[in-house]
Every structure is written in C-alpha cells, then in structure tokens.
Design a protein around this ligand. Structure first.
Ligand SMILES: *Cc1c(COP(=O)(O)O)cnc(C)c1O
Length: 377
C-alpha cells in the first residue's frame, strides 16, 4: 500500500503569536536547546541534567520536597498521578469545582473509587473557603482536599493558603492544580503546606507541551506506601516511578524519558531562575495591568472580579452582537494571533486572553489590543 497523498512533505508551521490558555510562545532559546543531540536516558550526562531539573523545579515550586520531578506526559497526567496514588477506593475527597479543571478533578476522584464531596462555586468565582470549612465539618472523615489554584477556564485564582490550612487542621492531604499558576503568580508549596501539586510545561514556563512537573510531600509519600490496594495505573504508580527519578547512579529503567523535551524544560527553568521568580510574578502583573487598561478602554468587561483575577489569564465578555468564531478566525488569519475561546458554560460568551511566560510582554499586549480593535471595529 502506498501513501495516497503524494504531496505530503516536511511540516512547516505558520508563525503565530500565542495568547490563549496555553501553549504560550516558546522562546528560541528553548527551541534551540531541544534540537541538541539525543543521548541515552541512562547516560550519566543525562542523569546529571535530570538532577538539575529536579533542583530547578524545587525552586519554581518553592519546596524542599525530594520527590519533585516532571512526569513524562502533559498536565492531565500529573493530575491523574496525584489522584491514582493518593486516593484509595472508599476514601472521601472534598473536591472544589468552579470551572472545567475542577470538574476533571471530580472525574478523577470517581474513577479512582473515591467518595467525592463536591463544593461548587459559580464559574468565574474563586473557591469559597467558608463552604470548604463547612464541608470538613460535615465530613470529618475526609482524607483529601482537591482544588484548582488557577482556573484557566475562567481566570479566577483561589486562596490556596487558606484552603491548605483547613485541610491540615482536619488531617487531610491536599492536592493542588497549579498548571497555570506556576511561574506566573506565587506558588509556595512548603509555606502553604501543600502535599501534592502538578503543573504543566506549556503555560507560564513557556516550554513546549507534554511535560507535567509534580511535587509530593513526605506525608503524601507515606500515604502511598501504606496503601492497601495497588495503584491501578502502572505508568503513574509512584512506587515504580520513584526508582527512575531517585538519585543519579541508582536509576533503573521504568520508561524512556522524553530526552529532547526535557532539554527544553531544563532551559525554560534556567530562564526562570535567571529572571527570578519574584520578577516573573511582577512582570505578569504589570503586563496584565497594561492589557486591562487597553481592554477597558475598548469597553470590554472582565468576567472575574479584580481581587480574584489571574494576571496570566484574562477572561472578558464578548460584546453583544459580535460573532465569537468569526472574530477569532479573523485574528488568526489576518494577524496570526491566537486567543482562547470560552469553555463549557462560558463557550461562545467569553474570550480568554493569555499572558503566560514569554507571551507576557509589552509587544504582545500592544499587538493584541491593536488586532482586537481592528476586528471589533
Ligand atoms: C492546561 C491545564 C490542565 C491540563 O494540562 P494539559 O497539559 O493540557 O494536559 C490542567 N489544569 C489546568 C488548570 C490547566 O490550565
């Protein structure tokens, strides 16, 4: 059998500006790092680089957790790793749902055989700490609290510190989604006392998609060790992955690490450490303010109230009478600019403008405002 399309050649993507919910623009420095020669995943040079990635990730997460590494799969796999390891069948889990990703956490709880206690909040609002407190009072046997720090589907940020404090007070472990917050707004794993957190490479770290940085506390590891039932996922079982990501020299084969994407993540984390976390956070904030001023000048209204607004994900209501799909098509075809559509309950109603990582710069903000003005005229 032959290929029925003889015109297929090497793929050359168009040059876009990425200002959606991720992936964000990838700096050339990271792309250059990724095209370096592939070496073996048990090569001592590669193992040294893995150790550096672990230290750089500890800095990004602000944690001393030894078990901090990138899962060889996208953010969704990091999410799944947290749930399959920390939730045993019959375990009660308080799961906060205020957008798409909280809904996915709930799905994970159900599939691991956990007993979900759902705390719901309106889309666009942060998780209500008072409702979570009540849920703990009503369910003193809760084993895990799960919430999304930065809800990318709406642009709302929740109070991770207060939520984690409640979990600790009630003897529960905390699982936190920080896919969109890591590198963009403060994520303080140790200070807040978070037990398990997962992120993604393609949002505020500005790397290519496909890797999920995770970190686990001693308490989380303890829970995995005393499980009565085996973790139902072979690939994501921490007991097995541990043998691969433990100290260099003792490493045993578990799976073949994605060598070149990890060069990219290493470079992304070096860039972050050169800039400094605090500077990265304040750059996201400054660019958000610049974008906000421009959007409000065009009479566009934000979905999330100011106190809970994520600088790196700006949701605005689509003005009355504007065709959502047609406007985004024009942005892409005339300006090579990608912004995000609404998801779930907000589909067709909002636009999500990302200012993540390398995309959070004045040049992008000006360009986006100019393009939106032209399309809305
Ligand atoms: C993007 C995202 C995910 C999923 O990450 P993938 O890399 O797409 O699998 C999970 N949670 C949040 C909050 C996200 O923004």
């Amino acid at each position: 059998m032959s290929i029925n399309n003889p015109h297929i050649k090497s793929f050359v993507p168009p040059q876009r500006t990425l200002m959606g919910p991720g992936p964000s623009d990838v700096p050339q420095r990271i792309l250059d790092a990724m095209q370096r020669p592939t070496i073996g995943h048990l090569d001592p040079a590669f193992q040294d680089m893995m150790e550096e990635i672990k230290s750089l990730l500890r800095y990004a997460f602000q944690t001393e957790n030894p078990l901090t590494f990138p899962v060889s799969a996208p953010g969704s796999a990091g999410m799944e790793m947290c749930f399959v390891n920390l939730v045993e069948p019959g375990n009660k889990v308080i799961v906060c749902v205020n957008g798409v990703f909280g809904g996915r956490m709930l799905e994970n709880v159900k599939r691991t055989g956990g007993v979900p206690v759902v705390v719901e909040d309106e889309w666009g609002k942060p998780v209500s700490v008072a409702k979570v407190e009540q849920a703990f009072k009503d369910n003193p046997d809760t084993k895990v609290l799960a919430f999304v720090h930065a809800e990318t589907s709406t642009g709302a940020q929740s109070d991770a510190k207060s939520l984690a404090e409640l979990a600790r007070k009630h003897g529960a472990l905390t699982i936190m989604d920080c896919v969109t917050s890591l590198g963009g707004t403060p994520v303080l794993i140790d200070e807040w006392g978070i037990d398990a957190a997962y992120s993604g490479s393609q949002k505020c770290l500005s790397c290519t998609p496909g890797l999920s940085p995770v970190t686990f506390s001693e308490g989380a590891i303890e829970k995995v060790k005393v499980r009565k039932t085996p973790v139902q996922s072979w690939f994501l079982d921490l007991n097995l992955v541990l043998g691969y990501w433990q100290s260099a020299g003792k490493r045993t084969y578990h799976h073949t690490a994605p060598i070149n994407p990890l060069y990219g993540l290493h470079e992304a984390l070096v860039i972050l450490s050169e800039e400094g976390l605090e500077n990265a956070w304040s750059r996201h904030r400054t660019m958000h303010e610049k974008l906000r001023n421009g959007l409000e000048g065009m009479d566009l209204k934000f979905v999330v109230e100011e106190s809970a607004r994520l600088p790196q994900l700006n949701s605005v209501w689509i003005p009355e009478g504007v065709d959502d799909a047609a406007a985004r098509t024009r942005l892409l075809s005339e300006f090579n600019l990608e912004i995000g559509a609404g998801l779930g309950a907000l589909a067709g109603k909002v636009w999500r403008i990302g200012l993540m990582g390398y995309s959070a710069k004045a040049q992008n903000v000006d360009f986006c405002l100019k393009a939106l003005k032209a399309v809305l005229a």
